[in-house]
Design a protein around this ligand. Structure first.
Ligand SMILES: Cc1ncc(COP(=O)(O)O)c(C=O)c1O
Length: 423
């Protein structure tokens, strides 16, 4: 695969941008590569500036469930741009998107729209602290909630691939208010709540973590979180930035039947534009300015173009049978992947249209399990898939994604490439 134009572009980027990228995982260091620079993306296909065509299983880190540039979304965006690109004054698109979100996530009785998942989490945590009058927040090792200071403790995603426990620049004082527990360990949760439950403002969790690779919650684990938070007066926050509108129209909370107090959404709800949201119980959300004393704001929040893209996306996902069809195709794909990896010490972990192949760690039920995976083998797999025109998410501790634009023959080609890549 010729990469000369991307390599030139990368050298130029390095002169002006730290590490040449605006988000660390894009540097591809975890897989011993340098970044591809993309010229265009359409459907399930990326074209880089060397004119290599790649089937995309990263999909802007889970932004696209319909594929890139879906025509209804494009049309809505074109119409929105003609009407102006930012007002800083309310527009009806904000209410339309908030209403659509509320329709799918009834627990989000009130919704505030923001620009990124990080911002949604940061705001939800501030709100939980303001509402409860407590400081302590509980997170789980390997879950990633954006680059919020007090969430950069044993964080997954790109942070997990960097040679640092969390991040420099985060004051010890902040981290003091974050407790980190092992995911899928009910005893650790019970013990912690027996001792410190009264101090906890919120438990935040990716209900199906995708940022340590896909790890499914053990049966009863989310229910336990609901129970201990309710008993101790803490709030339960589901970070559904990845799982929301992905695992079902109503996210993981609908799938597992566990209702959080607050939810964060991002990625899919922006339709490829910077939009995210947090929301939840009306009495909690009433604490937000201008109604209440918890401050939160944003110049570009509720941006009209992002609202139009998000709403157009949700409308397409509401087509009858959308999730069932996609799941059927995923199930067929996963069955073929399982055949391909049989007897090879590779574990397929999946939830709906997201999956991770773990190399050499046996089961994948906790952050400790996945940290035992062989990242060198993963890197080899990534590079070999790339040579065969397939772009999977470039880290062992990330999920890859399937969208409705992937054709059956592309999914079959993935399995063929996989067979050749794990020889
Ligand atoms: C579960 C989860 N929460 C929060 C975030 C942060 O979102 P953003 O990158 O839009 O700030 C991410 C990003 O990947 C995420 O996966």
């Amino acid at each position: 695969m010729i990469r000369t134009a991307s390599q030139r572009a990368y050298s130029e980027a390095l002169r002006y941008i730290p590490g040449g990228v605006d988000s660390p995982v894009r540097a591809l260091r975890a897989v011993g590569e340098t970044p591809l620079f993309i010229r265009r993306a359409q459907g399930s296909v990326l074209t880089d500036i060397d004119n290599n065509r790649l089937t995309d299983y990263c999909l802007s880190w889970g932004v696209f469930l319909l594929g890139h540039g879906e025509r209804h979304v494009r049309r809505a965006v074109r119409r929105a741009v003609r009407a102006g690109t930012s007002y800083g004054i309310p527009c009806e698109g904000e209410t339309h998107l908030a209403r659509a979100i509320n329709g799918h996530f009834p627990s989000m009785e009130r919704v505030r729209l923001v620009n990124s998942g990080t911002e949604a989490v940061m705001s939800a945590i501030r709100l939980a602290r303001g509402f409860t009058g407590r400081d302590l927040v509980v997170k789980f090792a390997g879950c990633y909630h954006g680059h919020v200071d007090h969430m950069l403790v044993a964080a997954g995603s790109g942070v997990a691939t960097l040679p640092m426990a969390s991040s420099k620049g985060v004051p010890e004082d902040f981290v003091r208010h974050t407790a980190c527990l092992p995911f899928n360990d009910p005893d650790a949760v019970r013990r912690f709540f027996e001792q410190r439950g009264e101090q906890v403002a919120a438990v935040i969790v990716e209900p199906v973590p995708a940022n340590m690779g896909v790890v499914r919650p053990r049966e009863g684990f989310l229910e336990l979180l609901r129970q201990v938070t309710a008993q101790s007066g803490a709030l339960l926050v589901f970070d559904e930035v990845i799982t929301g509108l992905r695992l079902s129209a109503g996210g993981a909370q609908q799938l597992f039947g566990v209702t959080p107090d607050l939810t964060t959404l991002g990625k899919i709800i922006g339709g490829g534009f910077p939009a995210a949201a947090f929301g939840g119980r009306a009495d909690i959300m009433a604490m937000l300015a201008p109604d209440g004393p918890v401050y939160q704001a944003g110049t570009l929040s509720g941006n009209p173009v992002a609202m139009a893209a998000g709403l157009a996306t949700i409308r397409r996902l509401e087509a009858p049978g959308f999730y069932d069809d996609l799941q059927r195709r995923c199930d067929r794909f996963y069955a073929r992947v399982r055949e391909a990896i049989e007897g090879r010490d590779i574990t397929l972990s999946s939830a709906g249209p997201m999956f991770t192949l773990f190399f050499g760690c046996g089961r994948a039920a906790s952050f400790d399990d996945v940290l035992g995976a062989d990242t060198e083998r993963f890197a080899r797999y990534f590079r070999r898939m790339l040579e065969r025109g397939i772009y999977v998410s470039p880290s062992q501790t990330e999920a890859s994604f399937i969208c409705s634009a992937h054709t059956d023959s592309q999914l079959d080609a993935f399995v063929d490439a996989l067979r050749q890549s794990i020889l």
